[in-house]
Design a protein around this ligand. Structure first.
Ligand code: KG4
Ligand code: ZN
Length: 342
């Protein structure tokens, strides 16, 4: 196969991911997650995540070598997520990648985590059309982007002004007594519910908000509305229809996410939409995106779920693009930047 062989390392949150990508082809990967260690806290605990990365990073590098049939010495470059993310978590991956780059005498590429999420798609569907609109929805991020060049030119049209979409799922799940992370449990419950049962608010969609926050999202008002609705039921001594709440909440999220993403495509004159991030696993979001893109004549690209959540393959994929497009490597003094902009 063609193209550079790139080793990618991801450690920005609670997944330790390592992968080999050749050109746009995933040739082997390994993933360790500390999600279970965070469950009893109801969210990712940074210190716990850092320690888990430290324990998993070398075993995952070794496993990725086994899975791909490659030796470390075979690689043309090493790519690592340098931000955004949890500082201590990022540092484990960045320090490891630097040590490899130094010892193997290979170039190091610091990669933006958000751009890497978008780039995951090339592993399933080949080169990304440019420009493309990208909607990134995860536990930590909710962004609407215009990608003109995946390696060097991404414009942020908008993003959440409060909670990320996945965060809203996790908080609402807690209110409904469902386990962490809540997204999959709400998804499951919603299948048995009526999405039109309760009219929950769509953040930042009023005429006034559309002037100032056209491509932005807000989910904290929605979360509060769900909490109030559930509490009112409980106060009245009535049972909470968990499935209907889950379906109505989930539909409110999917509605506003897809509505603004399609609007961005139409208004920017772009016919391709790429969706990624862990919340992309949501069945209502997938279905609504397909329906609305078909209506609007937009081509929709969604990678397989395993590539939507955090992983090393997306980092290697973007590193490969940077090499292929002739971008200069990073300095070995590369910092970990927890608030790196896209
Ligand atoms: O991208 P991801 O794996 O991790 C980062 O946040 O970077 O996303 C995790 C988020 C969690 O908030 C989780 O509840 C949500 O994605 N999620 C879902 C579903 N599966 C995972 N949300 C809604 N429906 C799902 N099926
Ligand atoms: Zn992520």
């Amino acid at each position: 196969s063609d193209g550079p062989l790139v080793l990618g390392i991801e450690s920005s949150c609670d997944e330790t991911g390592v992968a080999f990508v050749r050109g746009n082809i995933l040739v082997g990967d390994a993933l360790a997650s500390s999600v279970d260690e965070h469950a009893r806290f109801g969210g990712v605990v940074p210190e716990v995540a850092s320690r888990a990365h430290l324990e998993s990073i070398i075993p995952m590098i070794e496993r990725a070598c086994e899975e791909s049939g490659h030796k470390l010495d075979d690689v043309d470059a090493i790519a690592v997520t340098s931000g955004p993310g949890l500082a201590g978590a990022l540092m484990v991956g960045v320090a490891s990648a630097k040590a490899l780059a130094l010892c193997l005498d290979k170039p190091l590429y610091g990669v933006n985590h958000l751009a890497a999420h978008v780039c995951a798609d090339v592993l399933d569907h080949g080169p990304l059309p440019e420009p493309t609109v990208a909607l990134l929805v995860s536990g930590g991020h909710t962004n609407l982007l215009v990608v003109r060049d995946i390696a060097s030119d991404i414009e942020e049209l908008g993003g959440t002004i409060d909670d990320a979409a996945g965060e809203a799922y996790d908080k609402v799940a807690r209110v409904l007594g469902l386990p962490y992370p809540g997204g999959p449990h709400i998804d499951q419950a919603a299948r048995e519910g009526d999405r039109d049962a309760i009219a929950f608010p769509r953040g930042l969609t009023s005429r006034k908000d559309m002037d100032r926050h056209r491509y932005d999202y807000s989910f904290s008002g929605l979360k509060t509305a769900v909490v109030r609705w559930v509490e009112a039921r409980e106060r009245a001594g009535e049972p909470v229809p968990v499935n209907d709440v889950a379906a109505s909440f989930s539909h409110a999220v999917a509605d506003v996410l897809t509505r603004k993403a399609v609007l961005a495509c139409t208004e920017q004159g772009i016919e391709d939409l790429q969706i990624g991030g862990g919340v992309t696993a949501n069945s209502q979001l997938r279905a609504l995106a397909e329906e609305r893109c078909a209506e609007a004549g937009i081509r929709l690209r969604v990678p397989r779920i395993r590539l939507c959540t955090d992983n090393g393959a997306m980092v290697a994929a973007l590193g490969s693009q940077m090499v292929q497009r002739g971008l200069p490597p990073s300095d070995l003094a590369l910092p970990a930047d927890s608030s790196l902009p896209v």
